[in-house]
Ligand binder design. Structure first.
Ligand SMILES: O=C(c1ccc(C(O)(O)C(F)(F)F)s1)N1CCn2c(-c3ccccc3)cnc2C1
Ligand SMILES: [Zn+2]
Ligand SMILES: [Zn+2]
Length: 413
């Protein structure tokens, strides 16, 4: 089947270069962020025929200039230059980096910290390629060449701060893409939605004072006791950016784990009302899949279904004329992330996504989630008055909400 006319088409971005970023110890069991994640997703998109229904462009590495739109020159040079041209570097430019040197890891590998492994030959190319893939999909959507897309990329980016690599991340691909859209397309309203189960501390930091980029994150927070610890509900932005940072920060650990009912309530009462009010020109999604079932506690612990990721993607297509770009962040359980990626691509190409379970659609959100949603609405209400009317509905199940909204619309007419 033809991949569809440009402007209406879904594009996928991927390159084998990103598979080479591997710890030199070669032991994936101690490194959950490994290349098998990308290989599995790409194979699933191929074997389901979804790949052939999408456009694919030649991938390219981001330029240092693009990377420096969010990162310091020293950071860009340290992690963005490959060994052969590093000797040409003016080392004085590297000095202001917090990283004095790389650390030896227990596995025998090298890293910037215990999680973020470094492969001298391949990591910089992979990290630059990941940024290039996300930037190209975002700019092709902005220019109307494609409608939407999914960047199947690694290493992830949302923990990367201007001068700090951490949490498997070196460059903040989604943030760099947003900055390129501001600089090259004069975009003034960009929504970044981050549904990775971990807060995107880097993305929040980069746009914290920027009213043109709304950073909206749904993540496990547990009052700061879940990695990376940032992303509390009262972090709303600063200066001109006040109100353009929204954290739906789940708490209460895994008693019980958050699942579809909670994510649906967050989407219905906070994410979509604020997003519609903001009226973005494009939507960039830090699409981590580690909130999906199948992820053990340290790297998730929630039970969101793959179908729910498909539903959330479908919801986002109502915004920005359908200009929605997803970029992979975390997600480690291979069958789960393949199922979730498949549902997201089905939504992007306009195919019906799998139904969520009746049980989840009929279940009200759990007590901890109701508390989080009501608290977030109270905190964000001064910045987003549109959400006030949802405060009394956060305890409704998805089915209940759609029934009551139908009744309400019938009485109004
Ligand atoms: O939870 C994390 C994450 C780092 C980056 C995460 C991400 O948000 O999923 C991203 F960035 F990859 F998308 S999640 N860390 C680093 C790895 N880690 C672990 C590990 C678990 C197994 C093996 C090695 C580390 C436990 N707790 C942590 C804290
Ligand atoms: Zn290792
Ligand atoms: Zn994550």
């Amino acid at each position: 089947m033809q991949a569809g006319k440009p402007g209406t088409a879904t594009a996928l971005a991927y390159d084998g270069l990103m598979l080479k970023h591997q710890c030199i110890c070669g032991d994936n069991s101690s490194h959950p962020e490994h290349s098998g994640r990308l290989q599995s997703i790409w194979a699933r998109l191929a074997e389901t025929g979804l790949l052939s229904r999408c456009l694919r462009y030649r991938a390219r590495k981001a330029t240092l200039e693009e990377i420096q739109s969010c990162h310091s020159e020293a950071h860009a040079l340290l992690f963005g230059t490959s060994p052969q041209n590093r000797q040409k570097l003016d080392v004085s430019k590297l000095s202001p980096l917090p990283i004095k040197s790389f650390v030896r890891l227990p596995c025998g590998g090298i890293g910037v910290d215990s999680d973020t492994t470094w492969n001298e030959l391949h990591t910089s190319s992979a990290a630059c390629m990941a940024v290039g893939c996300v930037v190209d999909l975002a700019t092709k959507s902005a220019s109307g060449e494609i409608k939407n897309g999914f960047a199947v990329v690694r290493p992830p980016g949302h923990h990367a701060e201007p001068s700090q690599a951490m949490g498997f991340c070196f460059f903040n691909s989604i943030a760099i893409a947003a900055r390129q859209l501001q600089q090259r397309f004069d975009m003034e309203r960009i929504l970044i939605l981050d549904w990775d189960v971990h807060h995107g501390n880097g993305t929040q930091q980069i746009f914290y004072n920027d009213p043109h980029v709304l950073y909206l994150s749904i993540h496990r927070h547990d009052d700061g006791n879940f990695f990376p610890g940032t992303g509390g509900p009262s972090e709303c932005g600063i200066d001109d950016g006040m109100g353009f940072n929204v954290n739906v920060a789940w708490s209460g650990g895994l008693n019980p784990p958050m699942s579809d009912a909670e994510y649906l309530a967050a989407f219905r009462t906070i994410v979509m009302p604020i997003a519609k009010d903001f009226d973005p020109e494009i939507v960039l999604v830090s699409a981590g899949f580690d909130a999906c079932n199948g992820h053990a506690a340290p790297l998730g612990g929630y039970k969101v279904s793959a179908a729910c990721f498909g539903y959330m993607t479908h919801q986002l297509l109502q915004l920005a004329g359908g200009k929605v770009i997803l970029a992979l962040e975390g997600g480690y359980d291979l069958p789960s992330i393949c199922d979730a990626a498949q549902e997201c691509v089905k939504a992007l190409i306009g195919e019906e996504t799998s139904p969520m379970s009746e049980e989840e659609l009929c279940r009200p959100p759990n007590k901890n989630a109701i508390e989080t949603l009501q608290n977030t609405i109270a905190i964000q209400n001064p910045h987003w008055p549109c959400i006030k009317k949802y405060a009394h509905t956060v305890s409704w199940s998805a089915i209940e909400a759609s029934q009551k909204e139908r009744d309400e619309s019938e009485t109004v007419t």
